[in-house]
Design a protein around this ligand. Structure first.
Ligand code: SF4
Length: 226
């Protein structure tokens, strides 16, 4: 079925406005420099419970939850994620997905079964490869985002921001791309340090200058800072 690196029985933040369990799928082919879940990058068995164990818990708690969020890692890496989503829905629960859009075709097949998508938009599409350390990652993300926007599935598009990883120019390019693709909203979420991050990186965090934020508001869809 799917390999899990972790499981959270109740979250109020991973699917906005919903009470959800969160299944962290093991494995991600990208290597973003700021990844908070690096322990989930490696493919193979994770440190989490088995999917069968999770299903048993969900069967008992179904009436207490709105749904299950599949997060990661990159959940669409799991070839049988579709079956896990179907099992969740058979319990009367909604299924939501956190994704960076790494596997557009798998995402396309899943979208009709999903109630919500949290789309992790890294940076301007032209700047993706330097951030993810993987070739053609921007092309994949663009295709995946197009699919989400065309699907009609409720979603949130969010970009984690630190000036060390996302330049002002990349921000403006991202805003323009989102508007051109028809996105209705965009969240810029602040970067939070990990215990391993050095003082220069931690001290270098700041929101973009007011002039840049103004440019984003003109060039892109309605913007929220979080
Ligand atoms: S896509 Fe997400 S899980 Fe994968 S390396 Fe980047 S931040 Fe980490």
């Amino acid at each position: 079925m799917i390999e899990l690196g972790g499981y959270t029985p109740l979250s109020t933040v991973d699917w906005p406005g919903r009470l959800a369990a969160v299944a962290f799928v093991q494995g991600c082919p990208w290597r973003c420099a700021y990844c908070h879940n690096a322990v989930l990058q490696q493919r193979g068995p994770g440190a989490g419970p088995s999917w069968t164990q999770v299903l048993r818990v969900l069967e008992r708690r179904a009436g207490l939850l709105d749904g299950v969020v599949f997060s990661g890692g990159e959940p669409t890496l799991a070839p049988r994620l579709d079956a896990a989503v179907a099992q969740v829905r058979s319990l009367g629960l909604g299924a939501a997905l956190h994704t960076a859009g790494i596997y557009p075709q798998r995402l396309q097949a899943l979208l009709p079964s999903l109630a919500w998508v949290g789309f992790d938009l890294k940076t301007g599409f032209a700047d993706y490869d330097a951030l993810t350390l993987r070739r053609s990652s921007g092309l994949r993300a663009r295709r995946a985002l197009e699919l989400v926007l065309a699907s009609g599935v409720a979603h949130e598009i969010r970009t984690t921001y630190h000036p060390a990883w996302v330049s002002d120019q990349a921000l403006v390019e991202t805003a323009r791309s989102l508007k051109a693709l028809g996105a209705g909203a965009w969240v810029l979420q602040r970067w939070w340090p990990r215990a391993t991050d050095d003082a220069a990186l931690v001290g270098g965090w700041r929101w973009p200058d007011a002039s840049v934020l103004q440019a984003l508001r003109i060039a892109g869809p309605p913007l929220t800072l979080r």
